[in-house]
Design a protein around this ligand. Sequence first.
Ligand SMILES: Nc1nc2c(c(=O)[nH]1)N[C@H]1C(S)=C(S)[C@@H](COP(=O)(O)O)O[C@H]1N2
Ligand SMILES: [Mo]
Length: 151
Amino acid sequence: MSRPDVPAPVQVRLHGSPDTPVGLSVAQLRGLPAHQVEARFNCLSSGVQQHGFEGPRLWDVLRAAAPEVGLQGRKARLRFLLAVTGADGHCAVVSWAEIDPDFGGQQILLATSMDGVPLDTAGPQLVVPGDYCGARYISGITDVWVGPWPG
Ligand SMILES: Nc1nc2c(c(=O)[nH]1)N[C@H]1C(S)=C(S)[C@@H](COP(=O)(O)O)O[C@H]1N2
Ligand SMILES: [Mo]
C-alpha cells in the first residue's frame, strides 16, 4: 500500500491508439537509452535561451511503451500524429514522420533532466532541436496522445 506522505511519482500518460493508457514516470524514461542535446531556441517574449537536456528519444519511448502503434506500411504511418500536453494545458503536435527514421528521424527527446537538474517532480520536457522557436519545448508533460488523423 502507498503511504499518504509519499507523493506518487509524476507520470506521463501515453494514450490514444491503442486506447490502453500507459503511465510512465521520469525514472522509467531513464531506463531507455539517453541522448544529450545542447539546445538553443528563440522565445518571442524572453529572447534566445540555451539549455542542456538529457533523455530518451520520443521515438524510443513509443517503440518501448506502445510497440504496436504505427507499424503499418510507410504511407499508413504518415497519418499518425502525437499531441504533447503540459500540466498547464500548453499543447503542441509532433507528426509521426518527424521522428520516424524512415522520414525526418529527428532527435526529439523527452528530457529527464535540464541543465543537470532532474525533472522527476516537474515532469519531462519535450526537446525539439530543429525548432527555431521555443514553443514546442513543452515542460511538465502530462500527456502524449498518439493516433491517426481521422480524415
Ligand atoms: N508547459 C509549458 N511549456 C512551455 C511553455 C508553456 O507555456 N507551457 N512555453 C514554451 C515557450 S513559448 C518557450 S519559448 C519555452 C521557454 O523555455 P524557458 O523558460 O526554459 O526559456 O518553453 C516552452 N514550454
Ligand atoms: Mo516562447
